[in-house]
Write a new protein. Structure first.
Length: 169
């Protein structure tokens, strides 16, 4: 089996099973608590490398998310963000980085609302080839819903990203 093929199949199964779309894939409700979520994302990105060990990443795509607090009910939605990364370890085709990001998402299926979400992320980037990367990550984010509202606590995301990337050095 081609490396990464199994992850892509799991991703598409999760996305196909999602029911409603939520801004940044997080639940919006008066009782939204924040807390732990599991995320799988399919993204396209463009990274501009900085001298040294950094980069500016522009990305967009879709995410499927579930949370034990919300009875593992699947949510999915489009998202886009700008991320500033600092790479601090590289071994072979695997790189570790920490990043700050700010992103937006919009729900246009069930309810009309969107969110701006800033966050902090620790990522392990594994290159499959020049354009395809697998990125498990741990993130802490706090969505601000357009119009009104935000959760009580930040979301702690255990995520896995499949990224098609173009890089400018």
């Amino acid at each position: 089996m081609v490396q990464g093929k199994k992850e892509c199949i799991i991703l598409f199964m999760l996305l196909a099973s999602g029911s409603s779309v939520f801004a940044d894939a997080f639940p919006k409700s008066p009782e939204a608590l924040g807390g732990p979520v599991l995320s799988v994302e399919l993204l396209g990105s463009y990274e501009i490398g900085f001298k040294g060990k950094g980069g500016l990443l522009f990305w967009g795509g879709v995410a499927a998310v579930c949370s034990p607090i919300y009875k593992f009910e699947m949510r999915a939605g489009p998202e886009a963000a700008i991320e500033v990364r600092h790479y601090f370890s590289e071994k072979g085709n695997k790189k570790w980085c920490v990043s700050l990001y700010g992103g937006v998402a919009y729900n246009f299926i069930d309810e009309n609302y969107g969110a701006f979400t800033p966050g902090l992320k620790l990522t392990r980037k594994k290159s499959i080839n020049e354009f395809l990367h697998l990125e498990p990550y741990l993130g802490l984010s706090y969505p601000f819903y357009f119009g009104e509202g935000h959760p009580w606590l930040p979301f702690l995301t255990f995520g896995y990203r499949v990224v098609f990337e173009k890089k400018k050095k």
